[in-house]
Design a protein around this ligand. Sequence first.
Ligand SMILES: *[C@@H]1O[C@H](CO)[C@@H](O)[C@H](O)[C@H]1NC(C)=O
Length: 364
Amino acid sequence: SEPPAPARRARKMAAAGRAWRAAVLLSPWRLRAPCRAYGAAAGGGGGGGGRRLLLGAAFALGGGTGLYLAAQHRLREHSAAELPAGDLQLTLYQYKTCPFCSKVRAFLDYHGLPYEIVEVNPIMRKEIKFSSYRKVPILLANAGSTLQLNDSSVIISAIKTYLISKNSLEEIVSFYPPMKTVTDQGKEVFEYGNKYWLMLDEKETKRVYPVKEVRVEEMKWRKWADDWLVHLISPNVYRTPREAFASFDYIVREGKFGTVEGFFAKYMGAIAMFFISKRLKKRHHLRDDVRQDLYEAVDEWVKAIGKHRLFMGGNQPNLADLAVYGVLRVMEGLEAFDDMMVHTKIQPWYQRMEEVIQKAEVAV
Ligand SMILES: *[C@@H]1O[C@H](CO)[C@@H](O)[C@H](O)[C@H]1NC(C)=O
């Protein structure tokens, strides 16, 4: 005979809790400190120890490994040999499927800057052992001497500034000092205060931003991409168990995993992320139907561009266009992406972005 409803519910919840704990505990990511993979934007805010463990797993995968469908795409790795002499030599340390890394690639590709890619194993991360900054993306930039740029938005602002101004990269980078802060849990995190600001003099500013509003708008939407749009990805791509498995299948295919790691990632990771994404949903105050938040965000973006511009940057994308495109691109090939294309007005802009970046790449 059936137990009464409240008892049934309690039993169900206990089972769900056990499944979730097992998934997280068995997941190899629990061994990792939290958030490193995801960047300060996602890691911001506090949380207790349990929550940190949770977020650690979430960011190592959901954000850090994130999702990005490059396979059917034209992403090509540039070799250092192609570089024009005396120019910038760039090496990007990344997880292919992480939205922050995708953002940087969109920026570099659009600007026709060649770069080498080092795919980082999200579990051992020995590729970035040289750095005490433990998140990806990291960009090593050599314009005479090698500089290590951290944080996707700092990377983009610094390199963009370098392309416009005559200052040395070293000098430009010094304008983005890392500021160490300590969270309530005693965890040290770095934040970069002016990371959306290009360090231009008056003349350069006039050339790039004829009116002030254009600059303010670009900064506003770059920040929006980091602080809001990115948080809609995990809850959407891990929305159902089926979607979570599809997402992890893709992550493992695209990422740099060992065989055993890959197996764990695919099965335990998918299960863990399915549950963790529910937590993230709450944390970021998303609606029950997370698609609605995604659709709304994307349509808000399209509306901000308006009917009279091809891109937010006008006839060419600006840094906000590149950021939003970079973030959304990680969902390509997944159900969330297809749903977004069908249920929002994003498609024409998205296709224009694809075309303009492809053109820039061919031109290199
Ligand atoms: C990036 O992080 C590394 C390691 O913590 C540090 O040595 C370097 O100075 C940082 N780069 C910048 C530009 O802040």
